[in-house]
Write a protein that binds this ligand. Structure first.
Ligand SMILES: [Zn+2]
Ligand SMILES: [Zn+2]
Length: 150
């Protein structure tokens, strides 16, 4: 589905669907629950014996962002991460301060915010909401440690 849409989009903009573009998009489709950085994408392609240069991976990802296939995410790590823009569920991101894992939190209120904004004449385009804390696994580990010390 994504691949077909990408092909059309590229054709409309007079770009060609190159094997590399298809490969990069496929990595995101195969890892839908992940929030991959460009280095991760490069590593996955390399591990699957695809010879795509790092520069091409970076350029391709930027292009996919520009076309609206990927959403660019900044979790303050000094690198960007990306996810498929058209995931069926709107969600927020919970970042564990301990292990750095990113969890998706389902969005329930955005429709209301959107309506509110639109009723005032704003045009809603995108959102970026991050929650920081400790994930259940780390929380458990930390609790266990504390109990052992007693
Ligand atoms: Zn954690
Ligand atoms: Zn996400």
């Amino acid at each position: 589905m994504y691949i077909e849409a990408l092909k059309k989009e590229l054709k409309d903009k007079k770009y060609r669907m190159t094997p590399q573009r298809e490969l990069v998009l496929k990595v995101f489709m195969d890892n839908e629950s992940e929030h991959l950085g460009a280095e991760d994408v490069y590593r996955i392609l390399f591990a699957n014996k695809h010879s795509v240069s790092k520069a091409t991976v970076y350029r391709t990802i930027e292009l996919l962002v520009e076309f609206g296939f990927l959403r660019k995410l900044d979790f303050g790590e000094g690198i960007y991460r990306y996810e498929l823009a058209k995931k069926n569920k709107m969600h927020h991101h919970f970042i564990c301060k301990h292990c750095g894992k990113i969890f998706e939190v389902e969005e329930h209120h955005l429709e209301l915010i959107k309506q509110e904004l639109e009723s005032q004449g704003f045009v809603f385009e995108d959102f970026d909401f991050k929650i920081y804390g400790i994930c259940p696994k780390c929380n458990k580990k930390m609790k266990n440690k504390k109990e052992k010390k007693k």
